[in-house]
Structure formats: structure tokens, C-alpha cells
Design a protein around this ligand. Structure first.
Ligand SMILES: NC(=O)c1ccc[n+]([C@@H]2O[C@H](COP(=O)([O-])OP(=O)(O)OC[C@H]3O[C@@H](n4cnc5c(N)ncnc54)[C@H](O)[C@@H]3O)[C@@H](O)[C@H]2O)c1
Length: 266
């Protein structure tokens, strides 16, 4: 068997939200580490620079190439600057992983309009802003891959109205960008993670809730940020050269399993 070439060798990637909000490894952090392991040079973008520095330390310890950049991805000028930094530091841009996002649990009769606006800015507008600066740079070198982190909450209700609306928006944005920029060599795909166990949700989960989430899947096992990260590696790599406008569900089969036909323990 020939030795396997790193799957992202020679590529330059941006991961937004490349830190983790708590102990453990979040989706952005896992993705950044896997991108670097697969040979990409990675710009680690985070509002909280200390969090990105932790990811950097792990990548550097493994011999990977990365650097940090502090930015608020809800701000257009910050998005312009982060794309510029990637190209200045590493000479090109091939991959953009739009990972920043947060959940929120209020109904339309509970939420304040300002809260809705800020969640839409964080979860949806940010992906438009980073992409609008990244795409022209990708086109210069023949194309690129954009991976938008949606959620299975974007295709079904999950007691988080604004989150669902924003993640459905991410899927719409993905499809529209894929169509608009396909002929320029830009592929755009979304990942819809299910209930993966990450620092984003760990703080609010009891052992019982955690077991319930696991049991709603077909596989009966818990997902992690590494499952999301590997999906991003595939979509970022040339292995997915004919895949665009798609939503890759990474949920242990939870979305496709009817809650009516199975009990938790089945
Ligand atoms: N954990 C789950 O069960 C689950 C399920 C489905 C989808 N997701 C999605 O995964 C993504 C989050 O992944 P994570 O595990 O890396 O989360 P995380 O909260 O651990 O890390 C996200 C990072 O983003 C940074 N950040 C927050 N606001 C920012 C801003 N305005 N600009 C720049 N950086 C900012 C934070 O500082 C943090 O370090 C979200 O899009 C979320 O909706 C998670």
C-alpha cells in the first residue's frame, strides 16, 4: 500500500470559532486540529484569543502549522481583516470553515427582538460576511471549499426557535452560495451535527439528558466534535470535488429515526 498523502496538503484554511468555550474539545477546535493534521495551514479565528491560543498550542505540539487571529465575525471589517491575514501569512486561501454559532431557547412570544437580531448576526450573517471576503481570494487561485456548520435543529424543531430559524438560514445560504459560485470553482456545503457532546452544551446537560440524547440516535452512541471535524475534512478536501450545495448530517441517525416507532431504550 502506498503511504497516504495528507488530505489537505498544500491548502490554507480559516476556521472561525477555533477555540472552545470550556473544558473539552468543541467542533471548531476539533476541526482546526484535524485540518492541521491533514497538512493544512490554519488561521484560528476567535473573539476570545486565549481560546484560540489553546488550540494553537495543541496544533504546534503535534508539529502542525497554524496561527491565531482575533476577530468578531459579526463585524464586516473584522471579516475582511481575517481573510487578508490568512492570505498574507500563508499566500492563498482554499478552505473556510464557518463554525461560530450559539444556541438559544425561547419561543417567539418570549424572545426580545434584540436577542433575535444578535443571534441571527452571530449564526447567519457572520457566514455571509466571512464568505463575501473569502470567495474572491479563493477564485484567484482556482477555487475553494466553504463548510458552514448548521445543525439538525435547522431541519426540525428542537425547542430553540431562533436557533432553528438561523440554522435553516445557514442551509439556505449554503445552497444559494453553491449555485452562485459553483462555476468559479467554489464548493459550498453544510454540516448538520446532531446532539454532539461538546462544551457548548455540556454545561446544561444532566447525565440523564445526556443518556437520552444518545438513545435518540440509531446507533445508540454519543457523537463528539471529532465526528463533525472529520466531516469537515472530507468536505474541505478534493475527495469531495463533486459535492456542493449539500447538507451532510452527522447525527448517528437521529433525524431519520421516527420518535413514534422507538422508545429511548430500544
Ligand atoms: N454541540 C452541539 O451539540 C452542536 C450541535 C449542532 C451544531 N452545533 C454548532 O457547532 C458550532 C459551535 O461549535 P463549537 O463546539 O466550536 O462551539 P464553542 O462555543 O465551544 O466554540 C466556539 C468559539 O467561537 C467563539 N466565538 C463566539 N462568538 C464569536 C464571534 N462573534 N466571533 C468570533 N468568534 C466567536 C467563542 O469564543 C468560542 O471559542 C455552532 O455553529 C453550533 O451551532 C453544535
Amino acid at each position: 500500500m502506498p503511504e497516504r498523502k495528507p488530505r489537505l496538503e498544500g491548502k490554507v484554511a480559516i476556521v472561525t470559532g477555533a477555540g472552545s468555550r470550556g473544558e473539552g474539545v468543541g467542533n471548531g477546535k476539533a476541526t482546526a486540529i484535524l485540518f492541521a493534521r491533514e497538512g493544512a495551514k490554519v488561521l484560528l479565528v476567535d473573539l476570545e484569543i486565549d481560546r484560540a491560543e489553546e488550540t494553537l498550542a495543541e496544533i504546534t505540539a503535534e508539529g502542525g502549522v497554524a496561527s491565531t487571529f482575533q476577530a468578531d465575525v459579526t463585524q464586516d471589517e473584522d471579516c475582511r481583516a481575517l481573510v487578508k491575514a490568512a492570505v498574507e501569512r500563508y499566500g492563498r486561501l482554499d478552505i473556510l470553515d464557518n463554525n461560530v454559532g450559539n444556541s438559544h431557547r425561547e419561543t417567539v412570544t418570549e424572545i426580545e427582538p434584540e436577542t433575535w437580531d444578535s443571534l441571527m448576526d452571530l449564526n447567519l450573517k457572520s457566514m455571509m460576511l466571512t464568505s463575501r471576503h473569502a470567495i474572491p481570494r479563493m477564485v484567484e487561485t482556482g477555487g475553494g471549499s466553504i463548510v458552514n456548520i448548521a445543525s439538525i435543529a435547522g431541519v426540525r424543531a428542537s425547542k430553540s426557535m431562533a436557533y432553528t430559524a438561523s440554522k435553516a438560514g445557514v442551509i439556505g445560504l449554503t445552497i444559494a452560495m453553491a449555485a452562485d459560485h459553483g462555476r468559479q470553482g467554489i464548493r459550498v456545503n453544510a454540516i448538520a451535527p446532531g446532539a454532539v457532546y461538546t462544551p457548548m452544551v455540556a454545561w446544561r446537560l444532566s447525565d440523564e439528558m445526556r443518556a437520552h440524547r444518545k438513545n435518540t440516535t440509531m446507533l445508540g452512541i454519543e457523537g463528539t466534535s471529532w465526528d463533525v471535524g472529520w466531516a469537515a475534512v472530507y468536505l474541505a478536501s478534493d475527495e469531495s470535488r463533486w459535492v456542493t450545495g449539500s447538507v451532510l448530517t452527522v447525527d448517528g441517525g437521529a433525524t431519520m429515526r421516527s420518535p413514534h416507532a422507538y422508545r429511548d431504550e430500544d
